[in-house]
Design a binder for this molecule. Sequence first.
Ligand code: SF4
Length: 111
Amino acid sequence: MAEETVDPSEIGEQDAPPVDQKPYKLIFEANKCIAAGKCAEVSDNWEMDLLSGIAAPQTYFFDADDLEHNIEAANVCPAKKDRGVIHVIDRRTNEELAPDPHGDGTVSVDW
Ligand code: SF4
């Protein structure tokens, strides 16, 4: 079966802030979150939602000030056998900055 490709520019861009203000965004595979809570330990943008029991970001769009801790959250997420379900995308290039398991900026979302 061919792997479905994800076009990051099509995800969440309705009602999105301008790219020059918030050049980074998250794609979150919430259905694959295993509620390990690691993201919330390293990033203020991530919280455990008491109702759903899984993680939730406070915002999906951010600038360079919030890049580092969101990248850390993406890198520590142990879901999907350590490949992670938090994806940090550079909206200007549509590259995945983290966790980037392929090492080439390809978006590693598999819905
Ligand atoms: S680290 Fe990953 S699996 Fe754990 S709560 Fe956060 S998103 Fe979910």
